[in-house]
Write a new protein. Structure first.
Length: 158
């Protein structure tokens, strides 16, 4: 399974369809007040770099990174289509996002996910992300799990 990952604009039909699948999945797990996913307009802003994973040209995964400008950044909209799960696509997207962050001298990555996203949480933990408190404009709530990773540790390991 050869997957390509590149920075792309999110407002493409197959990427929009992928985001809609992500939205539907999140809506099946959490009430509206527990969904903090950014929309396509926000993903298209200059402070976000958005990656798309493609298999045979079809968008099968995505993920973005919002640049804070203070040595930190937040991962956004990490999602892999059901058809591509179990093949390491999520891990490849995460590796690319971390590489982008390191290239921009980001030392700490953050993410907000839901505690019911069990597979995602397992992947994040396996990749070295640890539970932390709320960051940026987030507040503590029962629908959010906040995680962070020190990228200086990744660089030292390479």
């Amino acid at each position: 399974m050869t997957v390509t990952i590149a920075i792309e604009q999110p407002k493409q039909p197959d990427v929009v369809a992928l985001i809609e699948l992500s939205d539907a999945y999140m809506a099946s797990l959490y009430p509206p007040e527990g969904n903090f996913a950014v929309d396509l307009d926000a993903l298209s802003q200059p402070d976000i770099s958005f990656l798309v994973a493609r298999l045979h040209g079809k968008a099968v995964g995505c993920g973005g990174i919002k640049w804070f400008g203070d040595g930190g950044a937040e991962l956004k909209r990490i999602f892999v289509h059901d058809e591509a799960r179990g093949h390491g696509v999520g891990r490849k997207i995460m590796a690319e996002l971390e590489t982008l962050a390191i290239a921009r001298n980001v030392t700490r990555l953050f993410l907000e996910t839901g505690p019911l996203n069990v597979e995602a949480v397992r992947m994040y933990e396996a990749l070295g992300y640890c539970v932390c408190g709320p960051f940026a404009d987030y507040e503590e709530n029962p629908h959010s799990l906040f995680m962070t990773k020190d990228l200086k540790q990744r660089e030292a390991a390479e």
